[in-house]
Design a binder for this molecule. Structure first.
Ligand SMILES: C[S@@+](CC[C@H](N)C(=O)[O-])C[C@H]1O[C@@H](n2cnc3c(N)ncnc32)[C@H](O)[C@@H]1O
Length: 270
Protein backbone atom coordinates (compact mmCIF):
# COMPACT_ATOMS: atom_id res chain seq x y z
CA UNK A 1 0.00 0.00 0.00
CA UNK A 2 1.08 3.58 -0.49
CA UNK A 3 0.48 6.58 1.67
CA UNK A 4 -1.48 8.32 -1.06
CA UNK A 5 -4.88 9.67 -0.15
CA UNK A 6 -7.92 7.97 -1.56
CA UNK A 7 -9.73 10.63 -3.57
CA UNK A 8 -12.96 9.74 -5.27
CA UNK A 9 -13.23 10.65 -8.95
CA UNK A 10 -15.50 13.63 -9.51
CA UNK A 11 -18.39 13.33 -11.85
CA UNK A 12 -17.39 15.46 -14.82
CA UNK A 13 -20.67 15.49 -16.60
CA UNK A 14 -23.92 13.68 -17.13
CA UNK A 15 -23.72 10.75 -19.50
CA UNK A 16 -26.38 10.89 -22.18
CA UNK A 17 -25.80 8.37 -24.91
CA UNK A 18 -28.36 8.25 -27.65
CA UNK A 19 -28.67 5.67 -30.39
CA UNK A 20 -27.45 8.33 -32.82
CA UNK A 21 -23.96 8.49 -31.27
CA UNK A 22 -21.50 8.05 -34.11
CA UNK A 23 -18.26 6.06 -34.14
CA UNK A 24 -15.01 7.84 -33.27
CA UNK A 25 -13.90 8.35 -36.86
CA UNK A 26 -17.05 10.34 -37.67
CA UNK A 27 -16.87 12.55 -34.62
CA UNK A 28 -14.89 15.77 -34.70
CA UNK A 29 -14.88 16.87 -31.08
CA UNK A 30 -17.57 15.25 -29.02
CA UNK A 31 -16.80 15.78 -25.38
CA UNK A 32 -18.94 15.77 -22.26
CA UNK A 33 -18.49 19.24 -20.74
CA UNK A 34 -15.54 19.22 -18.35
CA UNK A 35 -14.56 15.66 -19.28
CA UNK A 36 -11.27 14.35 -17.93
CA UNK A 37 -8.50 15.04 -20.42
CA UNK A 38 -5.12 13.46 -21.23
CA UNK A 39 -2.42 15.35 -23.12
CA UNK A 40 0.44 13.19 -24.33
CA UNK A 41 3.77 14.49 -25.55
CA UNK A 42 5.33 11.85 -27.77
CA UNK A 43 7.49 11.28 -30.81
CA UNK A 44 4.94 8.66 -31.87
CA UNK A 45 1.43 10.16 -31.79
CA UNK A 46 0.26 7.32 -34.04
CA UNK A 47 0.70 4.97 -31.05
CA UNK A 48 -2.46 6.52 -29.55
CA UNK A 49 -5.17 5.71 -28.69
CA UNK A 50 -3.75 2.20 -29.29
CA UNK A 51 -5.38 -0.25 -26.88
CA UNK A 52 -7.15 2.66 -25.20
CA UNK A 53 -9.34 2.84 -28.31
CA UNK A 54 -10.72 -0.65 -27.57
CA UNK A 55 -13.47 -1.95 -25.32
CA UNK A 56 -14.66 0.20 -22.41
CA UNK A 57 -11.94 2.87 -22.58
CA UNK A 58 -12.54 3.17 -26.34
CA UNK A 59 -16.30 3.49 -25.91
CA UNK A 60 -15.79 6.09 -23.21
CA UNK A 61 -13.52 7.98 -25.60
CA UNK A 62 -16.18 7.81 -28.33
CA UNK A 63 -18.82 9.07 -25.92
CA UNK A 64 -16.63 11.96 -24.80
CA UNK A 65 -16.30 10.77 -21.19
CA UNK A 66 -12.61 11.48 -21.50
CA UNK A 67 -10.51 13.14 -24.18
CA UNK A 68 -7.09 12.41 -25.61
CA UNK A 69 -4.78 14.93 -27.23
CA UNK A 70 -1.37 14.01 -28.60
CA UNK A 71 1.36 16.60 -28.98
CA UNK A 72 3.94 15.57 -31.55
CA UNK A 73 7.38 16.28 -30.10
CA UNK A 74 8.87 16.32 -33.60
CA UNK A 75 7.01 19.59 -34.31
CA UNK A 76 9.29 21.27 -31.78
CA UNK A 77 12.46 19.80 -33.31
CA UNK A 78 15.30 22.07 -34.34
CA UNK A 79 16.67 22.84 -37.79
CA UNK A 80 15.92 21.40 -41.18
CA UNK A 81 15.77 17.86 -39.79
CA UNK A 82 13.71 18.80 -36.74
CA UNK A 83 16.26 17.25 -34.40
CA UNK A 84 14.91 16.50 -30.94
CA UNK A 85 17.95 14.89 -29.31
CA UNK A 86 21.67 15.23 -28.85
CA UNK A 87 24.60 13.37 -27.33
CA UNK A 88 24.81 13.08 -23.52
CA UNK A 89 26.91 15.71 -21.79
CA UNK A 90 29.98 13.99 -20.33
CA UNK A 91 29.89 11.26 -22.97
CA UNK A 92 28.33 7.83 -22.99
CA UNK A 93 26.01 5.81 -25.16
CA UNK A 94 22.81 6.97 -26.81
CA UNK A 95 21.05 10.29 -27.18
CA UNK A 96 19.10 12.55 -24.84
CA UNK A 97 15.92 14.55 -25.59
CA UNK A 98 16.84 18.23 -25.55
CA UNK A 99 15.41 20.60 -22.93
CA UNK A 100 14.88 23.31 -25.57
CA UNK A 101 12.68 20.88 -27.53
CA UNK A 102 10.75 19.26 -24.67
CA UNK A 103 10.27 22.63 -22.89
CA UNK A 104 8.21 24.28 -25.67
CA UNK A 105 6.14 21.09 -26.06
CA UNK A 106 5.33 21.20 -22.33
CA UNK A 107 4.44 24.91 -22.61
CA UNK A 108 1.98 24.06 -25.36
CA UNK A 109 0.50 21.24 -23.25
CA UNK A 110 -0.07 23.71 -20.40
CA UNK A 111 -2.49 25.76 -22.49
CA UNK A 112 -5.98 24.82 -21.37
CA UNK A 113 -4.68 22.68 -18.48
CA UNK A 114 -5.16 23.63 -14.83
CA UNK A 115 -1.94 25.07 -13.32
CA UNK A 116 -2.86 23.30 -10.07
CA UNK A 117 -0.82 20.08 -10.10
CA UNK A 118 -3.21 18.34 -7.73
CA UNK A 119 -5.91 18.83 -10.38
CA UNK A 120 -3.64 18.28 -13.36
CA UNK A 121 -0.42 16.32 -12.70
CA UNK A 122 2.43 16.53 -15.18
CA UNK A 123 4.13 13.14 -15.41
CA UNK A 124 7.26 11.85 -17.10
CA UNK A 125 7.08 8.08 -17.65
CA UNK A 126 10.45 6.86 -16.43
CA UNK A 127 12.03 3.71 -14.97
CA UNK A 128 13.44 5.99 -12.22
CA UNK A 129 9.94 7.04 -11.18
CA UNK A 130 7.70 5.96 -8.37
CA UNK A 131 6.01 2.68 -9.34
CA UNK A 132 2.49 3.10 -10.70
CA UNK A 133 -0.14 1.77 -8.33
CA UNK A 134 -3.89 1.85 -7.79
CA UNK A 135 -3.73 4.74 -5.32
CA UNK A 136 -1.92 6.80 -7.94
CA UNK A 137 -4.52 5.94 -10.58
CA UNK A 138 -7.24 7.02 -8.14
CA UNK A 139 -5.44 10.31 -7.55
CA UNK A 140 -5.11 10.94 -11.29
CA UNK A 141 -8.78 10.07 -11.90
CA UNK A 142 -9.86 12.53 -9.20
CA UNK A 143 -8.35 15.50 -11.06
CA UNK A 144 -9.35 17.31 -14.25
CA UNK A 145 -6.73 15.70 -16.44
CA UNK A 146 -3.09 14.82 -16.87
CA UNK A 147 -0.11 15.65 -19.08
CA UNK A 148 2.18 12.74 -19.90
CA UNK A 149 5.67 13.05 -21.32
CA UNK A 150 6.90 9.93 -23.13
CA UNK A 151 10.67 9.64 -23.26
CA UNK A 152 12.78 7.90 -25.88
CA UNK A 153 16.50 7.13 -26.30
CA UNK A 154 18.36 7.70 -22.98
CA UNK A 155 15.58 9.91 -21.67
CA UNK A 156 15.07 13.63 -21.12
CA UNK A 157 17.50 16.40 -20.14
CA UNK A 158 17.22 16.57 -16.33
CA UNK A 159 16.88 20.38 -16.35
CA UNK A 160 13.48 20.25 -18.00
CA UNK A 161 12.20 17.84 -15.32
CA UNK A 162 13.52 20.14 -12.59
CA UNK A 163 12.30 23.37 -14.18
CA UNK A 164 8.71 22.18 -14.61
CA UNK A 165 8.62 20.17 -11.37
CA UNK A 166 7.64 17.03 -13.23
CA UNK A 167 6.60 13.90 -11.34
CA UNK A 168 8.25 10.67 -12.54
CA UNK A 169 6.19 7.48 -12.68
CA UNK A 170 7.48 4.01 -13.53
CA UNK A 171 5.63 1.03 -14.91
CA UNK A 172 8.01 -1.30 -13.06
CA UNK A 173 11.61 -2.34 -12.62
CA UNK A 174 12.44 -2.92 -16.27
CA UNK A 175 13.45 -0.70 -19.16
CA UNK A 176 11.12 -0.06 -22.10
CA UNK A 177 12.20 1.49 -25.38
CA UNK A 178 9.86 4.42 -24.92
CA UNK A 179 7.23 5.86 -22.61
CA UNK A 180 4.22 5.21 -24.86
CA UNK A 181 3.31 1.75 -23.50
CA UNK A 182 3.74 3.01 -19.95
CA UNK A 183 1.52 6.02 -20.75
CA UNK A 184 -1.19 3.71 -22.08
CA UNK A 185 -1.00 1.53 -18.98
CA UNK A 186 -1.29 4.58 -16.72
CA UNK A 187 -4.23 5.94 -18.73
CA UNK A 188 -6.02 2.59 -18.81
CA UNK A 189 -5.74 2.23 -15.02
CA UNK A 190 -6.98 5.82 -14.58
CA UNK A 191 -9.74 6.09 -17.20
CA UNK A 192 -11.55 2.96 -15.96
CA UNK A 193 -11.98 4.73 -12.60
CA UNK A 194 -13.73 7.75 -14.15
CA UNK A 195 -17.47 7.99 -13.53
CA UNK A 196 -19.64 6.07 -16.03
CA UNK A 197 -16.70 4.39 -17.80
CA UNK A 198 -17.27 0.94 -16.29
CA UNK A 199 -20.74 -0.53 -16.41
CA UNK A 200 -20.47 -1.85 -12.88
CA UNK A 201 -18.79 0.68 -10.59
CA UNK A 202 -18.84 -1.86 -7.75
CA UNK A 203 -16.29 -4.00 -9.57
CA UNK A 204 -13.53 -1.38 -9.09
CA UNK A 205 -14.25 -1.43 -5.37
CA UNK A 206 -13.83 -5.20 -5.09
CA UNK A 207 -10.86 -5.85 -7.35
CA UNK A 208 -7.18 -6.26 -6.48
CA UNK A 209 -5.50 -3.41 -4.55
CA UNK A 210 -8.72 -1.48 -3.95
CA UNK A 211 -8.89 -2.59 -0.34
CA UNK A 212 -5.17 -3.35 0.01
CA UNK A 213 -5.50 -7.07 -0.83
CA UNK A 214 -5.28 -9.11 -4.03
CA UNK A 215 -8.59 -10.27 -5.42
CA UNK A 216 -10.00 -13.70 -4.60
CA UNK A 217 -10.15 -16.34 -7.41
CA UNK A 218 -13.02 -16.02 -9.88
CA UNK A 219 -15.03 -18.82 -11.53
CA UNK A 220 -17.81 -19.04 -14.09
CA UNK A 221 -19.72 -21.68 -16.05
CA UNK A 222 -19.38 -24.59 -16.67
CA UNK A 223 -19.78 -25.85 -13.11
CA UNK A 224 -17.21 -28.55 -13.85
CA UNK A 225 -14.25 -28.30 -16.21
CA UNK A 226 -11.42 -30.80 -16.74
CA UNK A 227 -12.46 -32.65 -13.58
CA UNK A 228 -12.41 -29.45 -11.51
CA UNK A 229 -15.59 -28.15 -9.87
CA UNK A 230 -16.41 -24.61 -8.80
CA UNK A 231 -16.08 -24.46 -4.97
CA UNK A 232 -19.39 -25.49 -3.36
CA UNK A 233 -19.67 -22.32 -1.31
CA UNK A 234 -19.88 -20.19 -4.48
CA UNK A 235 -22.85 -22.23 -5.62
CA UNK A 236 -24.56 -22.19 -2.23
CA UNK A 237 -26.34 -18.86 -2.73
CA UNK A 238 -25.34 -18.00 0.86
CA UNK A 239 -24.04 -14.44 0.51
CA UNK A 240 -22.52 -14.28 4.00
CA UNK A 241 -20.55 -17.50 3.50
CA UNK A 242 -19.45 -16.42 0.02
CA UNK A 243 -18.16 -13.08 1.32
CA UNK A 244 -16.30 -14.88 4.13
CA UNK A 245 -14.74 -17.37 1.69
CA UNK A 246 -13.66 -14.60 -0.69
CA UNK A 247 -12.11 -12.57 2.11
CA UNK A 248 -10.16 -15.62 3.36
CA UNK A 249 -8.95 -16.36 -0.18
CA UNK A 250 -7.89 -12.74 -0.70
CA UNK A 251 -5.93 -12.77 2.52
CA UNK A 252 -4.25 -16.12 1.79
CA UNK A 253 -3.27 -15.05 -1.74
CA UNK A 254 -1.90 -11.71 -0.59
CA UNK A 255 0.09 -13.33 2.21
CA UNK A 256 1.60 -15.90 -0.18
CA UNK A 257 2.28 -13.68 -3.18
CA UNK A 258 2.76 -10.15 -1.88
CA UNK A 259 4.33 -10.01 1.59
CA UNK A 260 4.70 -6.22 1.17
CA UNK A 261 0.94 -5.74 0.72
CA UNK A 262 0.22 -8.25 3.47
CA UNK A 263 2.41 -6.36 5.93
CA UNK A 264 0.71 -3.06 5.01
CA UNK A 265 -2.70 -4.70 5.48
CA UNK A 266 -1.70 -6.02 8.91
CA UNK A 267 -0.34 -2.60 9.92
CA UNK A 268 -3.57 -0.91 8.79
CA UNK A 269 -5.65 -3.28 10.89
CA UNK A 270 -3.65 -2.54 14.06
C1 LIG B 1 15.39 3.35 -23.03
S1 LIG B 1 14.39 4.22 -21.89
C2 LIG B 1 15.58 5.23 -21.07
C3 LIG B 1 16.12 4.58 -19.85
C4 LIG B 1 17.10 5.48 -19.08
N1 LIG B 1 18.32 5.63 -19.79
C5 LIG B 1 17.37 4.85 -17.74
O1 LIG B 1 18.23 3.99 -17.62
O2 LIG B 1 16.66 5.21 -16.76
C6 LIG B 1 13.54 5.35 -22.91
C7 LIG B 1 12.23 5.87 -22.35
O3 LIG B 1 11.36 4.80 -22.12
C8 LIG B 1 10.47 5.10 -21.05
N2 LIG B 1 10.56 4.01 -20.08
C9 LIG B 1 11.46 3.01 -20.07
N3 LIG B 1 11.25 2.16 -19.07
C10 LIG B 1 10.18 2.62 -18.40
C11 LIG B 1 9.48 2.19 -17.25
N4 LIG B 1 9.84 1.10 -16.57
N5 LIG B 1 8.42 2.91 -16.83
C12 LIG B 1 8.03 4.02 -17.50
N6 LIG B 1 8.67 4.48 -18.60
C13 LIG B 1 9.72 3.80 -19.05
C14 LIG B 1 10.92 6.44 -20.49
O4 LIG B 1 10.06 7.45 -20.96
C15 LIG B 1 12.32 6.59 -21.02
O5 LIG B 1 12.69 7.93 -21.19
Amino acid sequence: MTDETDPKPKSHGRLKISASVKPRDLMADVRVAGAWQAKIITLFPEAFPGTLGLSLTGKALDFGLWALETIDLRRFGLGKHRNVDDTPAGGGAGMVLRADVVGPALEEAMVGASPDRTEWPVVYLSPRGRPLDQAMARRFAAGQGITLLCGRFEGVDERVLFHYGIEEVSLGDFVLTGGEIAAQALLDATVRLLPNVLGNQASTEEESFSNGLLEHPQFTKPAEWNGMAIPDVLQSGHHGQIAKWRQAQSEALTKARRPDLWQAWQDKKR
